[in-house]
Design a protein around this ligand. Structure first.
Ligand code: SF4
Length: 370
């Protein structure tokens, strides 16, 4: 018997939400009827069944959207298909994204018993006014209640997301949010700055949003890095902080240029050296699901990455994390000015960015790639 040493990850995209948040540009549909959700589930299961690999699966991530909006029974049916179609590593990390009020304690217990072992629950803010501005549909008290249910169901590996630089947000408001999450003992916290994306409700009223200026946003970022690190969280990626042993294995796999397969509308894949994506339209995805990854819209049309492209990706993705990238003479020469100005460091032959460097990572990476 040939044993494959290759490990890949799986991403499953569930593009349904109760309602669109004011800042959201992800592909997700609010208010879909049950018939579409069932057809989508059937299409996902067909696509999973049709895909063959002898790689072992190191992590699975159900993201969205808000996956429980599909219905927990349907999520479990998809997960069962993954378990019977693929060989899961013994320590496979299996994450489900949820929102407060999207799952009950009983459903969380069912998910834990089925094998999900990590929950990522959106928090965004501990301030009810900020939540309302963002268009979130819960209060902080409901968030805290939901987080207690997640723990009561037996989940230990838990992550939450926070957004900062919100309209009219003060530094005190940000500190209150961070301390609320820290006091709940959440071992993994991601903190993103608000980005105003085209096509969102925030975009259309961007001129009337009272957003912090760039200097204030920088100060907020340094403040949050400081608070997280003082409370024992490692800053292991631009936006991610974790207690030791709770880094997201799934995301680390992406940043290590590991291969993964995306199932579902708008899901991206990196497989056999090719990057490709499924169509971002639920109706077309349902119609095309029998064609698996070999439809003219995706896998077949994409070239295998060249060595130069792969090297560029290693720099781009590697510098997102504290693991950094291996240096050579040319990279040392190019990074000298960033090191001299406190944006980057080299330790034991590894180049990585500092907190200050993470703030301008795009321009540093662009210069290193020239
Ligand atoms: S819940 Fe998440 S995916 Fe859905 S609209 Fe809000 S931000 Fe977007």
């Amino acid at each position: 018997m040939v044993i494959s040493l290759k490990t890949i990850s799986i991403y499953v995209h569930i593009p349904f939400c109760r309602k669109k948040c004011n800042y959201c540009s992800f592909y997700s549909l609010p208010d879909c009827d049950d018939g579409i959700k069932q057809q989508y589930t059937d299409a996902l299961i067909r696509q999973i069944k049709a895909f063959e690999t002898d790689s072992s699966i190191k992590s699975i991530y159900f993201g969205g959207g808000t996956p429980p909006v599909l219905g927990v029974k349907r999520l479990l049916a998809i997960f069962e298909e993954i378990k019977s179609s693929f060989s899961l590593a013994e320590d496979c990390e299996i994450t489900l994204e949820v929102n407060p009020r999207s799952v009950t304690l009983d459903e969380l217990i069912m998910l834990r018993e089925a094998g999900f072992n990590r929950i990522s629950m959106g928090m965004q803010s501990a301030d009810d006014n900020e939540l309302a501005v963002l268009g979130r549909t819960y209060t902080n008290a409901q968030y805290e209640y939901a987080m207690r249910s997640v723990s009561a169901a037996g989940f230990v590996n838990i992550s939450t997301d926070i957004i900062f630089a919100l309209p009219e947000q003060t530094k005190e408001g940000l500190v209150k949010t961070l301390i609320t999450a820290i006091n709940m003992n959440i071992p993994h916290i991601s903190v993103y700055s608000l980005s105003i994306e085209g096509g969102t409700p925030f975009y259309y009223k961007r001129d009337s949003l009272c957003l912090p200026d760039e200097d204030t946003e920088d100060e907020m970022y340094y403040l949050l890095c400081d608070i997280m690190q003082k409370h024992g969280y490692m800053h292991y990626e631009i936006s991610s902080f974790s207690r030791e042993g709770y880094e997201s294995r799934h995301n680390l796999h992406y940043w290590d240029c590991g291969e993964y397969i995306g199932f579902g509308a708008a899901a991206h894949s990196f497989y056999n050296g090719k990057r490709f994506s499924n169509i971002a339209d639920v109706g077309t995805y349902i119609a095309l699901a029998d064609e698996c990854f070999y439809s003219p819209t995706d896998f077949n049309t994409q070239p295998v990455l060249s060595d130069i492209e792969k090297a560029g990706e290693r720099i781009m993705l590697g510098l997102r994390t504290s693991k950094g990238i291996k240096t050579d003479d040319e990279l040392i020469r190019r990074s000298e000015k960033f090191i001299n100005n406190g944006y980057a460091v080299i330790r034991d032959g590894i180049l990585s960015l500092t907190d200050k460097g993470y703030r301008i990572s795009n321009s540093i990476i662009a210069e290193l790639l020239v």
